[in-house]
Design a protein around this ligand. Structure first.
Ligand SMILES: *Cc1c(COP(=O)(O)O)cnc(C)c1O
Length: 393
């Protein structure tokens, strides 16, 4: 039935499981285990657990199942597995599928921990990884081989906001039967059509827009029922990266309002990108939803909207960027994104500090670059705060 519902209805109702008390708000089943009526019933459940039968919270839990079913309905995926963090989702999606001798092609511009998993962990277990410039289709074409088993990329790169052409890369991968795994955080689940556009597996850090209120770490892996239950679930339940029932409840409540929040955040991001165009103190303003963005047409067809993050390159390098950050009154200095509160980050000295200078340069992480995650505050207040902080530079 929920197939027919539109997004906001799914976000409020999909996946709900009511107990015998018929509670309105989703219940938190804060239990690690479940009691069986008899020894025979326990044996039968271990042999095969039904849809609404649970064994142990590392394997599954009613509150966690509600979250998985609701996010799967939003994404248009057959099934989902909820994880303890976004990185448990990224590493679980990859490790559960790959084995020694496999070949992976990945975009080079990655969240630092994703880069660690691909560059340091997978290779340690005999997986060969080739990195490419994700925006260059010719580079994908020459790196993907007949024996490539998987491609991985963030659909919008952090923090330079370059967009990867999902349909085109998926066509190249599928031509050799390679699976397409995307980290879709910056596109957000609200604007994602990743599965219809060719992703086989979609991964989110739920810590970002899904919680959206800075409270809990979480993640989710979405894909076919076969992949989630036969490949991901055995790996996750035996290696321990499952989501806790309390976190699942926080994330379920986050999903109820995610469409409202993310659309308000996008309005703020659009207003900020408009107000800062050709500002005298800025080298560049990067926003995928602005007609100036080099890949604006791709953004329109792939997501429709430009997301909730705007990056600014301030003239005068790190000193100027620090003066800007220290002058902000509403926008917080921190490093999460997708939050209801606007947050500014200086990637070169924080999230991407570990990278060598030439790597930063190759990825466009300049000393003046600020990543601005736009929250749900009044957009005029945000524009005024950013303009006054630029005055102080
Ligand atoms: C934050 C983030 C992650 C990791 O998520 P955690 O919940 O912090 O583990 C992975 N990929 C991207 C693109 C992210 O922004």
């Amino acid at each position: 039935m929920d197939k027919k519902w539109n997004t906001r209805t799914k976000l409020v109702h999909s996946g709900t499981r009511r107990s015998k008390y018929n509670e309105v708000s989703e219940a938190i089943f804060l239990t690690q285990g479940f009691v069986y009526d008899s020894a025979e019933a326990a044996e039968a459940r271990f042999l095969e657990a039904g849809e609404d039968e649970f064994i142990y919270a590392r394997y599954g839990n009613p509150t966690v199942a509600m979250f998985e079913n609701r996010i799967a309905a939003l994404e248009g995926a057959e099934d989902a597995f909820a994880t303890a963090s976004g990185m448990a989702a990224v590493s679980g999606a990859l490790m559960s599928m790959l084995k020694a001798g496999d070949h992976v092609v990945s975009a080079r511009a990655l969240f630092g921990s994703c880069l660690y998993v691909l560059e340091e962990v997978l290779t340690r277990y005999g997986v060969e990884v080739t990195f490419v410039d994700g925006t260059n289709l010719e580079a994908w074409k020459s790196a993907i081989r007949p024996d490539t088993s998987l491609v991985f990329f963030e659909t919008i790169a952090n923090p330079t906001l370059e967009v990867i052409d999902l349909c085109a890369v998926a066509d190249l991968a599928h031509a050799v039967d390679a699976k397409v795994v995307v980290d879709n955080v910056f596109a957000t689940p609200v604007f994602s059509r990743a599965i219809e556009q060719g992703a086989d597996v979609v991964v989110y850090s739920a810590t970002k827009h899904i919680d959206g209120q800075g409270r809990a770490l979480g993640g989710v892996i979405l894909g076919t029922k076969e992949y989630i239950r036969k490949t991901v679930e055995p790996y996750m339940k035996h290696t321990g990266g499952s989501m806790s029932p309390f976190t699942a409840w926080v994330m379920l409540k986050g999903l109820e309002t995610i469409d409202l929040r993310v659309r308000a955040q996008v309005e703020g991001a659009e207003a900020i990108a408009d107000a800062l165009q050709s500002h005298a103190k800025l080298e560049r303003v990067i926003y995928p939803g602005h007609p100036n963005h080099a890949q604006y047409d791709l953004v329109k067809s792939q997501m429709g909207k430009g997301g909730t993050v705007v990056s600014l390159d301030i003239q005068g390098g790190q000193a100027a960027a620090f003066r800007f950050l220290n002058a902000l009154e509403i926008v917080l200095i921190s490093n999460n994104l997708g939050d209801a509160k606007s947050i500014a980050t200086h990637p070169a000295t924080t999230t991407h500090q570990r990278l060598a200078d030439d790597q930063k340069e190759a990825l466009g992480i300049t000393p003046g670059l600020i990543r601005l995650s736009v929250g749900i505050e009044d957009k005029d207040d945000l524009v005024a705060d950013i303009l006054q902080a630029l005055e102080a530079v």
